[in-house]
Write a protein that binds this ligand. Structure first.
Ligand SMILES: [Zn+2]
Length: 201
């Protein structure tokens, strides 16, 4: 069997490293790109370069953004005294899609998972504590996923906040969210109910 040229093989290997793409798909994509006009194919390379050079984490909430602070943190019409804690930027986007939430966010960039060796120091909890120490936050909404790690993360944060900032009210999204589910995949109506029906922890 004839081997692919080095550059085709390299492209296929890199594509096959992407989540959900096996060697067969990598091969199809590589040949699709080869058939495309150069300016078409280079759009993909440019898009990858753009996200890696322009996109960063907001220094306040850790959302993905091209401007720092992000549009949500910079928006004075939002209630900066209410902070919803989510695991990932995708969760923030899902909650934003409801159009119902007027507070701001804090993105953990992960969840505490002792089984996977992810401790409190591996998520953006220090930054959250610094935000709380500034003293302007009156409510924290736990928007972690309603599964084992998400609930454990919420409980850990609850005890950290309760110990240091007893005046901050802690709520969590209502349990219209199916247990064991992911916020990112919940439909908008369920998320809207979860925000408006949030409960004291
Ligand atoms: Zn932000």
């Amino acid at each position: 069997m004839a081997a692919y040229t080095e550059s085709i093989q390299n492209l296929m290997n890199l594509l096959a490293d992407l989540p959900g793409i096996g060697m067969r798909s990598a091969e199809r994509i590589a040949f699709h790109l080869l058939k495309q006009r150069p300016e078409e194919a280079m759009k993909l390379a440019d898009a990858i370069r753009d996200v890696k050079t322009r996109i960063r984490h907001c220094s306040t909430c850790y959302n993905l953004t091209e401007r720092d602070p992000c549009d949500i943190c910079a928006n004075s019409a939002r209630d900066h005294a209410v902070v919803c804690i989510v695991e990932q930027p995708k969760d923030l986007l899902a909650l934003e899609s409801t159009g119902l939430y007027r507070g701001v966010y804090h993105v953990l960039l992960g969840r505490i998972s002792p089984l996977e060796g992810v401790g409190p120091e591996d998520v953006t909890l220090d930054a959250l504590m610094n935000r709380l120490a500034a003293g302007d936050i009156r409510e924290v909404i736990m928007g972690t996923n309603p599964n084992l790690e998400g609930d454990g993360t919420a409980l850990h944060i609850q005890s950290m906040i309760g110990g240091r900032f007893p005046n901050v009210q802690i709520t969590r999204l209502a349990r219209g969210l199916p247990a064991g589910s992911n916020i990112e995949f919940a439909n908008r109506n369920i998320l809207a109910d979860a925000i408006s029906g949030r409960q004291r922890m």
